[in-house]
Unconditional design. Structure first.
Length: 123
């Protein structure tokens, strides 16, 4: 996957990032509400499927989104993963909503916790 480049309007750092099609990849994602970490999972993950009643992440209602947010581990650098959170600049931590203009895509600017390879669900 090719890197894209953006510039933070707040601190002017040049930001290299990758953009992924969540729906094409059957992935859910949440950004941390305090840093640039993103958590992802496969929408067919057994834990996610049980919690969501086999509903794809982009089809969840408010109750389903709240349940998923409560079931995901806390962000390792502090904060919580939220459906309402936006990508953040890894340097100044300002939100970058223009990078998340199409919710079918997510961006990775810094750390990514991939549920396919790491334990992201609370016990």
């Amino acid at each position: 996957m090719a890197h894209e480049i953006a510039r933070c309007a707040n601190c002017a750092h040049e930001l290299a990032f990758e953009r992924f099609n969540a729906r094409l990849g059957n992935q859910g994602y949440l950004y941390c509400d305090s840093d640039a970490t993103v958590v992802t999972w496969n929408s067919y993950d057994p834990t996610y499927s049980r919690l969501s009643n086999d509903t794809h992440p982009w089809m969840l209602n408010a109750r389903g989104r709240m349940l998923i947010e409560r079931s995901i581990i806390a962000c390792p650098n502090g904060g919580r993963f939220r459906f309402s959170a936006q990508p953040r600049c890894p340097f100044c931590l300002v939100e970058l909503p223009h990078l998340n203009a199409d919710p079918a895509y997510f961006v990775v600017l810094a750390a990514r916790l991939a549920g396919e390879h790491e334990q992201i669900w609370r016990p």
